[in-house]
Design a protein around this ligand. Structure first.
Ligand code: ZN
Length: 203
């Protein structure tokens, strides 16, 4: 595997919209990025601007912004893994049942649901558990704009961010539309099973 230079900063360019981002080690030492990268800059990041412009027909085509110092022959996602830093150590994070991912005035929460293997491949059960989790978040946190329920097999998976199913509760089921409603107004909200496994990963 090619070795990623341990840079202090790295510049990324989107091949689609051409925007440039320069990130420093400090940028990837905190928050969600810190959990993913532990302060080491990944080989690529996903273009957030293009991601937001996705349509339902092109949901999975957010372009990768490669670091300008990553040689062209190494610019393949399978080389660097899902988050662009395959060989990087993953720092465990303290487990939180409800994570606050509020953005500005948009009150968003992620419920981390730990379940054993029983519901891995049962979308009906996944949905039911998600509905209960959402009610709990509303009770504990008050008015919300959007709530996501992430399913983990155990705490270790939760600390690594490796969920096996995701259900969003948001306007028309679209997490990215969370800020188009007032917090606590749920008349447009729908549950959306964003991902669930087709088969068990274990057992
Ligand atoms: Zn872009």
């Amino acid at each position: 595997m090619p070795k990623l230079r341990d840079a202090e900063q790295r510049t990324y360019v989107c091949p689609t919209c051409q925007q440039r981002h320069t990130k420093t080690r400090k940028d990837v030492s905190q928050g969600t990025l810190g959990r993913m990268f532990s302060g080491v800059l990944p080989a690529f990041i996903v273009c957030g601007r293009c991601l937001e412009r996705r349509t339902p027909q092109r949901r999975n085509r957010a372009p990768l912004m490669w670091g300008t110092d990553v040689p062209p022959q190494d610019r393949r996602r399978e080389v660097w893994g899902r988050y662009g830093g395959k060989e990087l150590p993953l720092k465990p994070i303290p487990f939180q049942l409800i994570r606050d991912v509020t953005f500005g005035k948009c009150r968003r929460f992620v419920y981390c649901l730990l379940t054993d293997g029983e519901v891995y491949d049962d979308p009906g059960m996944i949905l039911q558990l998600a509905e209960e989790a959402v009610e709990e978040v509303k009770t504990v946190k008050g008015k919300c704009n959007a709530i996501a329920v992430h399913f983990y097999r155990d705490v270790a998976d939760a600390q690594r961010g490796e969920c096996y199913a995701v259900v969003d509760y948001a306007p028309e089921g679209r997490w990215e539309d969370a800020d188009t409603v007032d917090a606590g107004r749920y008349n447009r909200h729908q549950f959306n099973v964003v991902s669930h496994p087709r088969k068990k990963r274990r057992g």
